[in-house]
Design a protein around this ligand. Structure first.
Ligand code: PRP
Ligand code: HPA
Ligand code: MG
Length: 179
């Protein structure tokens, strides 16, 4: 698996430091409140697990699974909800936890879906942001790292469901896509 990586863009240590910073920031922002933190599966599962340990206000968790990439490195443009939330979110402060915003299609669709459920507020935190990929107008409220225009894997992010368990963010060798 490590042999398929051309370059490590962000190390395990850098990610750890950044996640702690984001957690501190969110703890201040949600002081005195009890947000519902929503993990967007599958990609955000590692970020979610690490981030919530750095949040000091009481939170509740839920999970939503969506997919638009399948086995490709390009978004299909069609966002499919594979698993919806377990309960009503009416009147709640919602924090969406995402691993990466690339084209922005997944999140613009989801924010719209959640906002229509009469929530009190919706905020969006992403660990990775790839502004060069955007095809719709969407910004995170909080972003960890800005990435260059390359398809990346690791720390939850996959290529054809593989490499999610790499502890860093890396770029795949071109021959991996073509084989
Ligand atoms: O901004 P976008 O271009 O929409 O891309 C970002 C989304 O794509 C990936 O999910 P994917 O659809 O691959 O599902 P996965 O999380 O199960 O890998 C990633 O985890 C984000 O949810
Ligand atoms: O660069 C990426 N890597 C993995 N999954 C993704 N989904 C959107 N962009 C990416
Ligand atoms: Mg994916």
């Amino acid at each position: 698996m490590q042999n398929d990586i051309q370059e490590i863009l962000i190390s395990q240590e850098e990610i750890k430091e950044k996640v702690a910073e984001l957690g501190q920031h969110l703890s201040k922002e949600y002081e005195g409140r009890n947000p519902l933190v929503i993990c967007i599966l599958k990609g955000a599962f590692i970020f979610m697990a690490d981030l919530v340990k750095e949040i000091t206000v009481p939170i509740e968790l839920d999970f939503m699974a969506v997919s638009s990439y399948g086995t490709s490195t390009k978004s299909s443009g069609e966002v499919k909800i594979i698993k919806d939330l377990d309960s009503s979110i009416e009147g709640r402060d919602i924090l969406i936890v995402e691993d990466i915003i690339d084209s922005g299609l997944t999140l613009s669709y989801l924010v719209d879906v959640l906002q229509r459920r009469n929530v009190k507020s919706v905020k969006l935190v992403t660990l990775f942001d790839k502004p060069s990929g955007r095809t719709v107008n969407l910004e995170a409220d909080l972003a960890g790292f800005i990435l260059p225009d390359a398809f990346v894997v690791g720390y939850g992010l996959d290529y054809a469901e593989k490499y999610r368990n790499l502890p860093y963010i890396g770029v795949l060798k071109p021959e991996v896509y073509s084989s």
